[in-house]
Design a protein around this ligand. Structure first.
Ligand SMILES: CC(C)(COP(=O)(O)OP(=O)(O)OC[C@H]1O[C@@H](n2cnc3c(N)ncnc32)[C@H](O)[C@@H]1OP(=O)(O)O)[C@@H](O)C(=O)NCCC(=O)NCCS
Length: 156
């Protein structure tokens, strides 16, 4: 399915990051199945906000977002990606990642990485569909909390 035309992507640099962060946290459960509030630290919105984008409907609703950063060794790290529950499987996740990929490439990145819980089948299927390879990192998020590191080349 293609993304509905009513959705526009806006870089966080053009928004009031503090206000948007508060809105996204208030709507947290529409975007996430597990509690990810602690991952929404202000640094991702303020200091690294230039790498993030918000997807807005024509009616001004927040329907998706991506947050990340490009490191000094040219790794694009995709920290958070979420699409509101009623907007999934419309291509919006792809669109948000394409926005991030373009900026990351322009910043010199060669590789993009995301981290997901192995049981997050939607996230794993999504990144795999985009061409990512998966590597299991045992205890990455603490004892017994394994994570999948999903890595994809950014070459055009
Ligand atoms: C993961 C997530 C961002 C995907 O966003 P989305 O907008 O639904 O993804 P898209 O519509 O762009 O899907 C692109 C492709 O990914 C794959 N995909 C996405 N969701 C899938 C699912 N639930 N099951 C199987 N494949 C899936 C499909 O191949 C899909 O293409 P298709 O619809 O043409 O078959 C979304 O499910 C989400 O927000 N989940 C909750 C937040 C979360 O867990 N984020 C983790 C990111 S690491």
């Amino acid at each position: 399915m293609s993304t509905p035309d009513d959705v526009t992507l806006v870089g966080f640099a053009e928004l009031s990051a503090t206000v948007v962060r508060a809105r996204l946290l208030a709507a947290h459960d529409r975007f996430w199945d597990v509690d990810t509030r602690s991952l929404h630290h202000p640094v991702w919105f303020d200091q690294f906000g230039g790498f993030g984008a918000l997807a807005r409907s024509a009616g001004g609703e927040d329907v998706g977002y991506v947050l990340g950063v490009v490191t000094a060794d040219r790794l694009a790290y995709l920290h958070l990606l979420a699409v509101r529950d009623d907007r999934r499987r419309t291509g919006l996740g792809r669109r948000l990642v394409a926005w991030f990929d373009d900026l990351a490439r322009d910043t010199g990145a060669r590789v993009v990485q995301a981290v997901a819980r192995p049981e997050n089948t939607a996230a794993v299927a999504f990144h795999t569909a985009l061409g990512a390879g998966a590597h299991l990192a045992q205890d990455r998020a603490g004892p017994g909390a394994d994570r999948l590191v999903l890595t994809r080349s950014l070459t055009r």
